[in-house]
Design a protein around this ligand. Sequence first.
Ligand SMILES: Cc1ncc(COP(=O)(O)O)c(C=O)c1O
Length: 398
Amino acid sequence: MKYNFDEINNRLGTYCTQWDYIEDRFGEKDLLPFSISDTDFKIPHPITKKILEVSKRELYGYSRWNHSDFKGSICSFYERRHNCKLNQDWIVYSPSVMYSVSLLIRILSKPGDEVVTFNPMYDSFFTVIEDNKRKLISHNLLKVNGTFEIDFTILENQLSSAKLLLLCAPHNPTGRIWTKEEMDKIIDLCKKYEVKIISDEIHMDLHLKNRKHIPLLSYKDSYDEIYTASSCSKTLNVPGLGGSYVIIPNEKVKEDFLHNTRKVDFLNSPSIFGMYATMVGYTECDDYIDQLNEYIKENMRFVKEYLDKYLPDFKFEIPDGTYLAWIDARDVPFSTEEIQDALVHVGKVAIMKGETYGENGTKYLRLNCGCPKSKLEEGLSRMKKAMDWLYSNQKKEG
Ligand SMILES: Cc1ncc(COP(=O)(O)O)c(C=O)c1O
């Protein structure tokens, strides 16, 4: 089936976080939004078909996820698309990826324990560590030749006293897909210092260059303290349907997780639509995922071409994965506040500032490219309008 990702879908008036509530983040309405990470694309047809079929029944009682239709769909997807063999018994439903991360932190560590995570980082990682009263240890990624690298000497030092590593693989916001060599080293260090790994792999399906994501659980035979949280929600644009999953090979931790979802938080009955989205999405929608990959690649190429040509002070390299463009504005001769002010008030465009993702993200921008190319064209021309205004004011003042 051929998908039309060029189609413009009006999301205004749908209680949509990205479009209807942009004022919450940027203080202004009527901005063209490139903010929160969901896409403007319609979902794959087989999921729509299933949702219509289910809604015709008009029956929405409690439902169960603990069956091989749900768990098997996840195993088959990992094996088919990620070359990673999982056991169905390791799979547990969870209402959201960040719920899983938060609960795993509580199960695997104690208040005051050190948890290492990279910086810049998806902002909820910082708060989930601190709000669970763990000590946040930020590992600053190094920018080397347009890419972001781990400083393994510093990381080793940090891991030597930590309890947990909270990993984002692939990485939001830089779009890095960690290489096999990097993953080998991470596993070796975590083994050496008995640091448990929580791996958030929600961005695992988009790969824009020749490197593919390696699920951390591929290392299960050499290290058995790996806990993965993921979902089809980013790739298939279904976070509004609810649901995700965790993969927990350790029986005791799995029982603890289940106990919490069932008897402490009462969150164990899945949304029927979310569960079908995973089952259908992971068995019948490979064509959508392949075409989405191609579309995002093209969008990224377009962003690169545009910035190189019209806004050369902004440095951008196409990322390994994700639909997030992480743009370096450090050579731009204005402060973050000046840039944001011009983007919002002159360009009328909402692009996330890098500081949101930690201090090591200072003077970057995160542009969500999960949208029709025409929206990206409009967004970049608004960005140019804002920057032209800043540069011309600078000239006048000079
Ligand atoms: C790395 C990462 N993890 C988790 C989430 C959120 O997932 P969920 O809504 O299932 O908690 C996001 C959303 O942007 C994300 O980028």
